[in-house]
Write a protein that binds this ligand. Structure first.
Ligand code: GDP
Ligand code: MG
Length: 300
């Protein structure tokens, strides 16, 4: 890197829950660094996805979805999202083409305009809508706030993503890289492993249960043969929820474990022995300790 100029900076990805922020980050990075779910509010931690584009290191802040906060946990997530945007070199607003200007997006756009912050606009899920509707949405958005650039993408299929990323590479300032060139996330392995299991809770359980559940990696043991033994605890709030997670004769937790393990082996590219336990911990949503683990502000 002696005679080329490197660039490096933070891109805050803003957007209502479910617009595809995690999908976009994972698409860019090329592997899962942020969990994706068809249900809302799955991202609790500010995951950094790190991507090298030519000489530019782009550090994505995958903010928790911004929405009307009610519970303490929600307030903490919203605060984390906006502080992420304030610190970033550029802000990328993601909008769901099919949902258009819903209440959440309207709110975020309003706040952006208020802050005087210029942002890049990416309209996602273009595979779901017709072109005239897309153009109408883009012009509505431009009428509502200042966007320096507009991209039409499908984060899932990858359409338009390369174009967006090469633009972002130009948007970050000159400067030394902040991470080693092969690093793709600053999320500790233990935390990522817990997120993968939590994702399975969302995917496999239809009840509202997952919103009251959290997963923690209790131990991570390196084995001689190159494999790792991971013990995780799924915390729920009530006995009835524990029964749901366990399933009949332990069938549910078995399939949760099997799916999470497969995923973990792909991500970490090694054999994983995963052991899941379910414990009851009442009102963890009010426990300051949990907020610290997630890098959130308990008092937001
Ligand atoms: P986040 O809450 O903004 O991080 O959203 P996620 O990345 O978790 O995605 C929410 C849902 O939208 C998931 O079911 C994704 O598979 C889906 N999704 C994301 N990008 C696209 C896309 O380009 N097209 C379609 N059809 N669905 C998408
Ligand atoms: Mg997400």
């Amino acid at each position: 890197m002696a005679d080329t100029e490197t660039r490096c900076g933070f891109i805050a990805v803003l957007g209502a829950p479910n617009v595809g922020k995690s999908t976009l980050i994972n698409q860019v990075i090329g592997t899962k660094v942020s969990i994706v779910s068809p249900k809302v509010q799955t991202t609790r931690t500010r995951v950094l996805g790190i991507h090298l584009e030519g000489d530019a290191q782009i550090i994505f802040i995958d903010t928790p979805g911004i929405f009307q906060p009610r519970r303490r946990l929600d307030r903490a997530m919203v605060a984390a999202a906006w502080s992420g945007a304030a610190d970033a070199d550029a802000v990328l607003l993601l909008v769901d083409a099919a949902r258009g200007m819903d209440g959440n997006t309207r709110e975020i756009v309003g706040k952006l305009k208020e802050s005087g912050r210029k942002a890049l606009l990416a309209i996602n899920k273009i595979d779901l809508v017709k072109k005239p509707d897309l153009l109408k949405l883009a012009s509505d958005l431009h009428a509502a706030a200042d966007f320096t650039e507009t991209f039409m993408i499908s984060a899932r299929a990858g359409d338009g993503v390369a174009d967006l990323v090469s633009h972002l590479a130009g948007a970050v300032p000159a400067g030394p890289w902040m991470f080693p060139e092969d690093q793709i996330s600053d999320m500790p392995q233990r935390l990522l492993a817990a997120e993968i299991t939590r994702e399975q809770l969302y995917l496999q359980l239809q009840q509202e249960l997952p919103y009251a559940a959290t997963v923690e990696t209790e131990s991570w043991e390196e084995r001689q043969d190159g494999s790792a033994k991971i013990n995780q605890v799924i915390y729920v709030e009530r006995t009835s929820q524990r029964a749901i997670v366990l399933g009949k004769g332990g069938s549910r937790i078995k399939s949760l474990g099997a799916a999470a393990r497969t995923e973990l082996e792909q991500i970490f590219e090694r054999r994983i022995h995963l052991f899941l336990f379910v414990k009851i911990r009442e009102s963890w949503g009010d426990d300051p300790e949990r907020y610290r683990d997630w890098g959130l502000d308990f008092n937001a």
